[in-house]
Unconditional design. Structure first.
Length: 251
């Protein structure tokens, strides 16, 4: 079982430098706040922010902090297909701050987060994007927050997953975005088959959405050795040490 942490995002930030990440993709960037945090940790890495919502993209493009941080922003949906797709913004009052402001999905939403309109946007596979952009980075991290389409994002990254060292993913434990969507169990199986180790998650199975941090299996011993000198609680090391031994076959 993964280690439960309150803030998987803080763990992800801590690991960026430890894993010597040289490229981060913020997929479902919304306002680019995560990308700005990544830049503070990694001043020289390549940073790509992907945002499908036209309204969010315009706000990001007009943010001087994003330009100053040299974040490469793209108005595109990342999925397992390329071409034109429908994107469904959540209906909300953009004049006031709320947790729904800026949300959207490639699925039409129902219930509290209602979507009744859609816009046509371009979609790309991440491996196709890397090929077209000729991105040579070898130690990549992904931050995936795409409201029900995380599985498809990872499927579309198949051609570059061998270079990915760490992934932060928001998953759903039940079909709270749309009927028929891929759920947490599907993503866990996909990550395991691709050679990733579920390091940590927040929440429990009773919440509809929670976040996971995955690392490539061949980096797990490196994590254990290097993170012991950081400020993580001793409980983390008591949990991680036997996991590392099991993964790398050491005694």
């Amino acid at each position: 079982m993964p280690f439960h942490v309150y803030q998987t995002g803080q763990l992800f930030l801590k690991l960026l430098r430890i894993l010597r990440i040289d490229c981060v993709c913020d997929i479902g960037a919304m306002d680019c706040s995560e990308s700005l945090s990544f830049r503070r940790i990694l001043p020289t890495a390549q940073l790509f922010a992907f945002e499908a919502s036209p309204q969010n993209y315009e706000q990001i493009k007009g943010d001087p902090r994003v330009a100053e941080a040299k974040i490469d922003i793209h108005q595109v949906a990342v999925s397992c297909e390329t071409g034109s797709v429908e994107f469904y913004p959540v209906e909300t009052d953009y004049s006031v701050k709320s947790h729904q402001r800026g949300m959207g999905s490639l699925y039409p939403r129902v219930g509290e987060t209602l979507s009744t309109s859609s816009v046509v946007v371009e979609a790309t596979r991440l491996d196709r994007f890397f090929e077209k952009q000729r991105i040579a980075a070898e130690r990549i991290a992904l931050w995936v927050d795409v409201e029900g389409k995380a599985f498809e994002v990872c499927e579309g990254a198949e051609g570059v997953l061998s270079r990915v060292q760490m992934i932060h993913i928001e998953t759903e434990t039940c079909p709270c975005i749309a009927p028929g969507q891929k759920l947490e169990g599907d993503i866990l199986r996909l990550m395991e088959a691709a050679g990733f180790f579920a390091l940590a998650c927040d929440g429990d199975q009773n919440v509809p959405q929670r976040n996971w941090v995955f690392v490539r299996r061949n980096t797990t011993f490196q994590l254990w050795a290097m993170m012991r000198i950081t400020c993580f609680p001793s409980a983390f090391w008591r949990w991680l040490k036997p996991k590392v031994k099991k993964v790398i076959g050491r005694t």
